[in-house]
Design a protein. Structure first.
Length: 105
């Protein structure tokens, strides 16, 4: 079971609140609720697969979030076979090419 205080802290950090000087409008309330729901979904996934918290410091973490948010609604995530197959082979190839470039210099 997840720690409630950690979840509230995460939601506080991730929720965007737009408050006018006089009164909060309905759009900003709904956007805030949606952001809290999205943050909660992300944290549940994170905890479910036991990703170390330190992984949020990854160079690629925010760029991954940016790519995901730019996807069309309904985009299907990569399958187990995609991740361990052609995408892994492509990543290995990229690292190999990078290392060859370093050795050449």
């Amino acid at each position: 079971m997840q720690d409630i205080s950690a979840t509230k802290h995460t939601l506080t950090l991730l929720a965007q609140q737009t408050i006018s000087s006089s009164q909060t409008n309905i759009k900003s309330v709904m956007a805030s609720k949606k952001n809290k729901h999205n943050a909660s979904t992300m944290t549940r996934w994170w905890y479910d697969i036991n990703v170390p918290f330190n992984d949020a410091k990854s160079y690629y973490y925010q760029s991954m979030i940016n790519v995901i948010t730019s996807m069309k609604l309904g985009f299907k995530g990569l399958s187990y076979h995609d991740l361990k197959g052609s995408f892994l082979k492509g990543s290995i190839h990229d690292v190999h090419e990078y290392l060859l470039g370093i050795k050449a210099n």
